[in-house]
Design a protein around this ligand. Structure first.
Ligand code: SF4
Length: 144
C-alpha cells in the first residue's frame, strides 16, 4: 500500500482546520451545558456539594425565676445522708454555670405550682429552680 506524502502546506492546513473545529465544538458544548450558560463543571460541583448541616438548635436559655434566692432553704426532715448528698453534689441555690440551672436539668422535678421550689430525682429536699449541682445533665430535647 502506498501512503501519500503530505506537503508542509497541506499539514498546516489540516492542523488549522482541526484547531478551529475544536474551538467551535468547545464553545458549543459550553453554551449547551445549562440554560443559564453555566459550564458543566460548575453544575456538577453544585450537585455534588455536600449537604449543609442544619444549624444546631440554640441551647434554650431557661426563663429566670422570680423566686427569692433563699426561698428553698428548708431542709427540715432530711436525713444526715440526704444532707450529705446535697453537699457531695455541691448543690447551690443560684447556679454560676451559664445556661445550666435545675429547670433545664433532666433530673428536675417541676413543682405543681409555677414559681415554687421544685424537686430533684437525685437530691432530696427543696430545690431552687435557679439551682445547680455537679450532676447537672441537659434536659432531653423531647422532654418538656
Ligand atoms: Fe438541680 Fe442537680 Fe437535681 Fe439537676 S441533678 S435538678 S442540677 S440538683
Amino acid at each position: 500500500m502506498k501512503v501519500k506524502k503530505q506537503t508542509r502546506k497541506e499539514f498546516l492546513n489540516d492542523v488549522s482546520k482541526l484547531g478551529a473545529a475544536t474551538l467551535v465544538g468547545a464553545t458549543w458544548l459550553s453554551a449547551c451545558s445549562s440554560p443559564s450558560g453555566q459550564s458543566e463543571s460548575s453544575s456538577a460541583e453544585a450537585v455534588s456539594a455536600p449537604p449543609t448541616e442544619p444549624e444546631p438548635a440554640a441551647e434554650e436559655e431557661p426563663a429566670p425565676t422570680q423566686l427569692a434566692a433563699d426561698a428553698c432553704e428548708d431542709l427540715s426532715g432530711l436525713t444526715e445522708q440526704e444532707l450529705a448528698m446535697r453537699e457531695q453534689l455541691k448543690y447551690v441555690a443560684q447556679s454560676e454555670k451559664e445556661g445550666q440551672v435545675c429547670t433545664n436539668c433532666r433530673f428536675w422535678q417541676a413543682p405543681e405550682t409555677e414559681g415554687s421550689c421544685g424537686g430533684c430525682q437525685l437530691i432530696k429536699g427543696s430545690i431552687h429552680p435557679n439551682g445547680w449541682c455537679a450532676s447537672w445533665v441537659a434536659m432531653p430535647a423531647d422532654a418538656s
